[in-house]
Design a protein around this ligand. Structure first.
Ligand code: ADP
Ligand code: MG
Length: 863
């Protein structure tokens, strides 16, 4: 118990699993918590006594599942093993025990827990008043990146990184209000709700950070970070924390990638969620997300990379074109593309295998998979090269994009060869000689000898028998074995005279005599110890193989990274061909022009050919703000989302679902779509809507793409129309960003009369025998009315209610409330309302979201 208490004192942060014989035991509060979470029986040590200690335990062979459950529930687990073999004869409890590993929600290495296509990030935050350092690490692959953000942008980046665990300084923890504010959105999202733990990690100082990071290569972004040391300190914090969880292994980190938010399209929480990039808005499933449609990757690293591409679309035209070239080249060579994809499918996760070897947790099976993967590399590299057109200048763009050199470094073939000779064909998943052999026969003489001997040493016995028969001339001489004497030579009575002098007589039996010789005694010793010798020799050899892998781990993961790029491009090419996507023209202009564009996700869910394509043109110089009217269910939201998704697809280098497409680079994509269910954060829907709108008005630039869906819906009609109107004017007058603005307030169509760059379109419907039919075509001109009652009828409201609604509407339209001509009387274009005057006085670049909110409250008061 002393040992236990010592260890527990050093690790108050986690549940300590203490190895006792065949069990891992938990005590005190740990036992109480774990027994509840894991459904274990809570017993106690020294039962009956006053100071009985609560305890519970799990059998050692099942421990993985229990650890997984605890960490997925957000707990940290400290694993404490017996690290010394007890001296024979010494009493129980003299094992030395040490912490061998700490499993936290953010640092999990168990394949059964990890999603192959999802990174597992641990994040560290180093906040100051003006800026916040943010670093994230995937301990399974060693991917490490860091940046510096303005405090309001931290949440958006946390949402994008989606860590399973966030560490911050103890000081910040003390200011719990601030801490809770930061973490709230993560908690509200199921991926992080349980996995996010506030660990009071000590944030390293500048000097400490440098020591912690040591020889890591630091890669700076094109525009230098400031203040850079905040990012470095965050990186050191995340590395130091992860390192502490692995007392026995090294982390597989090769470099620290610093990045600027502006290196890629800025996507905030709302855009990532509303555009359903990686999961759906409702239910948060991958099925129904944009990622699901484009992810046809064959390998886990390819899947992880594609996800990353989608969350960090490029803003650099040259980089985008390089990816496009590679994809186009594969699209033009479908057979080769499919061959490459098939070859990729046979290649295991090189990045994570390299990581596991470095961490010292690779299993024999892992090395077997690595060996098989390495064996495939030369063929793959040859395949990529084989597409090269010999006599034209059309060089394959693939090698330029891939670091194929990484797959060809000499260390890898040598390692492949080594593993091919050292490992059995099908190595076991656990290293435990009960699970079968690991080292291949013929690789090591000791292993071979021991295996034979462990089998009872039959060959040796036969050899001795034959030799002794010849030497003594006793043909019936036998070498035998029994429990009492071990190996002995038996000679029948008739031959006793011929027994050599060096035989030592052991026993007389009815038929003859039994003897032993020094040689037999030696054999016996060998046979008895063979299994033990075999186990330790195989262990040593296997460790040497793991070490050999670890030594070239960087080359292995570099090869893995190159193949991930190949896989991601292959996936995008496959999708482009299969779904009839076109290569968009991506440039630095500001025009967005799509012909026959489709929604990538809905198109994929509908029967082929039934999705109705539509055009779209946005241009800050001409058709800057497109106002989309039309009844509910007409297809407004779908139309707008498809345009934003297409723009993002184009900026990751992908082909897009359209007949033709021109996309001027967007620096940010904003959305305000539907009623986001941020209610868990305690805000009303209208508050969320206004906050998102405020944030857009504050941050959008002329280069941004803005999607506004039903702004103002969450309040009364008058308020709603007024806010929608004012917001649209502001976007037109003050920002000039390409904007799609959907509204069921058809009054807004009048805006085009006073604003030159506003265009009205509507989603066409036809009335057929009193029923409304959705045509899904976007046509020029605004809708003349809302058709709300028609849709209500379609939805099955009782006929009497529908009839009454028509009556009331007639009264309203003819009545004094709205005037004879609602579109015009409601909001005169000139002179501008006080709200507009107030808005015109605002500089959106200098306004914080909070101020914007206050402004909106003020605007509302004016209505
Ligand atoms: P709105 O925003 O106008 O209320 P939505 O965009 O939500 O309408 O679309 C309603 C439904 O119509 C969607 O569920 C979608 O499946 C279908 N839809 C929308 N656009 C198209 C289209 N172009 N082709 C086929 N179906 C469509
Ligand atoms: Mg809608």
């Amino acid at each position: 118990m002393r040992q236990y208490l010592d260890i527990k004192e050093q690790h108050p942060e986690g549940i300590v699993l203490f190895r006792l014989g065949d069990f891992y035991e938990m005590f005190f509060e740990d036992a109480v918590v774990a027994s509840r979470l894991l459904d274990l029986t809570l017993t106690s040590r020294d039962k009956g006594k006053d100071d009985a200690v609560p305890m519970c335990g799990v059998p050692h062979h099942a421990v993985r599942g229990y650890i997984a459950k605890l960490t997925e529930l957000g707990h940290t687990v400290v694993i404490c093993e017996q690290t010394e073999v007890p001296i024979r004869g010494a009493g129980k409890g003299l094992f030395k025990r040490e912490v061998v590993r700490i499993v936290t929600p953010g640092v999990v290495l168990d394949d059964d827990v990890l999603d192959p296509k999802l990174p597992r990030y641990l994040v560290a935050l180093v906040p100051t008043k003006e800026a916040c350092g943010l670093a994230y690490l995937d301990a399974t692959t060693g991917e490490l990146a860091a940046t510096v953000l303005a405090p309001p942008a931290v949440i958006d980046e946390l949402i994008r990184v989606a860590p399973r665990e966030v560490i911050v300084s103890a000081e910040l923890l003390v200011e719990s209000a601030k801490g809770a504010q930061l973490i709230a959105p993560l908690r509200a999202r199921s991926i992080c709700s349980s996995g996010t733990a506030w660990n009071p990690a000590k944030i390293p100082s500048d000097a400490e950070a440098r020591t912690e990071l040591g020889p890591l290569v630091v890669v700076d972004p094109p525009v230098a970070l400031a203040p850079r040391d905040l990012a470095i300190r965050a990186a050191a914090a995340v590395v130091g924390y992860a390192r502490a969880t692995q007392p026995t292994g090294a982390l597989p980190i090769a470099r620290l990638q610093l990045y600027q938010p502006g290196d890629s399209v800025v996507l905030d929480e709302a855009a990532i969620a509303n555009l359903e990039l990686v999961e759906t808005l409702i239910g948060r499933h991958k099925h129904g997300s944009l990622l699901e449609v484009i992810d046809e990757t064959m390998t886990a690293p390819g899947g992880r990379l594609l996800r990353r591409w989608l969350l960090y679309p490029l803003v650099d035209v040259a980089q985008i074109r390089r990816r496009q070239d590679a994809i186009a080249w594969l699209v033009e060579r479908p057979a080769l593309g499919e061959t490459i994809r098939r070859a990729l499918s046979r290649i295991a996760d090189l990045e994570r295998l390299a990581g596991k070897a470095t961490l010292g947790v690779a299993t024999p099976k892992d090395l077997g998979r690595l060996r098989d993967a390495l064996a495939q590399l030369p063929e793959l590299v040859a395949l990529v090269g084989s597409g090269q057109d010999k006599n034209t200048a059309a060089l394959s763009p693939l090698p330029a994009l891939l670091d194929l050199q990484a797959c060809l470094v000499a260390a890898l073939p040598a390692l492949a060869k080594r593993l091919a000779t050292s490992l059995v064909d099908d190595p076991p998943s656990l290293f435990d000689h009960k699970h079968g052999p690991v080292i291949r026969a013929g690789y090591d003489a000791t292993v071979d000898d021991c295996r034979r001997l462990a089998d009872g040493g039959k060959d040796e016995i036969l050899a001795i028998e034959e030799r002794e028969q010849k030497a003594s001339g006793i043909a019936s001489l036998k070498v035998r074995y029994n429990r009492v004497f071990g190996y002995y030579i038996e000679v029948t009575k008739t031959h006793l005279t011929k027994v050599p002098a060096n035989y030592v007589r052991k026993q007389t039996v009815a038929t003859g005599e039994r003897y032993v010789t020094p040689e037999l005694a030696e054999l016996e010793r060998k046979v008895l110890t063979a299994e033990e010798t075999l186990a330790s020799r195989e262990t040593a050899l296997f460790r040497a193989e793991v070490a050999a892998v670890a030594e070239v781990a960087r080359d292995i993961s570099a090869a893995g990274a190159a193949l991930a790029v190949l896989d991601a491009c292959g996936s995008l090419a496959h999708v482009a061909a299969r779904r009839g996507y076109c290569r968009p023209v991506v440039d630095d202009h500001l025009v967005l022009d799509l012909v026959d564009a489709r929604h990538p996700v809905i198109e994929a869910l509908l029967p082929a050919g039934t999705f109705v394509p539509n055009d779209c043109r946005l241009d800050p110089g001409a058709e800057q703000l497109v106002l989309i009217t039309g009844p509910n269910m007409a297809g407004k939201s779908t139309y707008m989302r498809q345009i934003a998704q297409i723009a993002l697809l184009a900026q990751i280098g992908s082909f897009v679902p359209a007949k033709s497409a021109t996309i001027g680079i967007c620096d940010r994509v904003f959305t305000r779509v539907g009623a986001a269910d941020n209610l868990s954060r305690g805000d009303s829907t209208f508050m969320v809507e206004m906050r998102e709108t405020a944030s857009i008005l504050a941050k959008a630039t002329r280069r941004s793409l803005i999607i506004l869906d039903e702004v103002g819906r969450g309040t009364s009609t008058f308020d709603g129309v007024s806010i929608a109107w004012a917001v649209a004017e502001f976007l037109h007058d003050a920002i000039g960003a390409r904007t799609l603005f959907a509204t069921h307030y058809h009054e807004l169509v009048a805006l085009a009369e006073s604003r030159p760059r506003v265009r009205n379109v509507s989603v066409a419907v036809r009335e057929h025998k009193g029923e409304i039919v959705f045509l899904r075509r976007v046509v020029a001109g605004g809708a003349s009315r809302s058709y709300g009652i028609d849709v209500a009828k379609l939805a099955g409201l009782p006929r009497s209610v529908i009839t009454r609604a028509h009556q009331i509407m007639g009264q309203l339209e003819g009545g004094s409330h709205l005037g004879a001509s609602p579109q015009l009387s409601l909001l005169p274009a000139a002179p501008p309302s006080p709200a507009l005057a107030r808005l015109a006085a605002i500089d959106p670049d200098r306004i914080t979201p909070i101020e914007a909110l206050q402004l909106l409250a003020e605007l509302k008061a004016l209505c």
